[in-house]
Design a protein around this ligand. Sequence first.
Ligand code: PBG
Length: 333
Amino acid sequence: MSLLVPRFPDWRPRRLRRLPALRQLVRETELRPDDLVLPLFVRPGQGIRREISSMHGQYQHSPDTLVETAAQAWELGIRAVILFGIPAHKDEVGSAALDEAGIIPQALHALKRHLPELLVITDECFCEYTSHGHCGVLSEHGGRLDVDNDRTLEMLAQQCIVHARAGADVVAPSGMMDGMVAAIRRALDSAGFSHLPILSYAAKYASAFYGPFREAAESPPQFGDRSTYQMDPANAEEALREIALDLAEGADLIMVKPALAYLDILRRAKESFGVPLAAYNVSGEYAMVKAASARGWLDERRIVLEILTAIKRAGADFILTYHALDAAKWLRG
Ligand code: PBG
């Protein structure tokens, strides 16, 4: 893109800002409800709507109340949700994640029965299912306990097949295991799901912004942190290599996460690859806005729409955000 030099030395940019209709006419980025994906937390039970204390306005649902919230989203013009499951039991290997009657299959069945057109994305990871809170199976390497990449790949592939059979429309692996997209693609294809797209959390950083999510999903790591698999916030070139690798392995959609502190990565990803790109406006970003708004320090409506528009302007085609319901309401006026 070339920078346009004003044709007249007296070019006055304010001329195009004087009238609301004129500003609307020259607006470059438009945010719409169907750009937004609503993340939802689901746990076993009935009639549950348990507020997450660090994320005001967000809840752990049981499958029945999950359907109510998803229906509300659909009414507001949101067309997609992403599901995170909190199982009844956790163990060392996260076996509840592979249960055909587990919490995500239950949620998928309920959603598909009541809202057949709603796009349901499933997060594919083990941290909610393991007793130690790490994103896969552990084993010892050189005296250190760490997530075993290749054993986790096999389990991830199985988890995706379980979700595909239960009706998932898109699978979204978030564990940052090497080779996860290729392993999942191969497994889905041989199980008859070659039509199912993969949304890869390709550039996912080891971020403190995930704090509130770990309360919501009851998934904090019980020892250490996730920096042996998630990316170092200092690295940008590496994010581009991660994305290239996932595309080569067959990813259909790519994600950058978190969003706000990583707008440069979004922009570079969009310019380098031009593929459909998602941004995850994560739990900590949401919590900051909610906390400041509750004190009257920020105007919540204006700040949320500004943030989401900026994420889209930076290069995101769609945005996973806990603000989705509110933003969709505000966008409709
Ligand atoms: C699971 C996962 C996490 C998030 C999405 N998927 C947590 C983590 O990596 O610790 C974070 C989402 C958010 O903070 O809103 N691996």
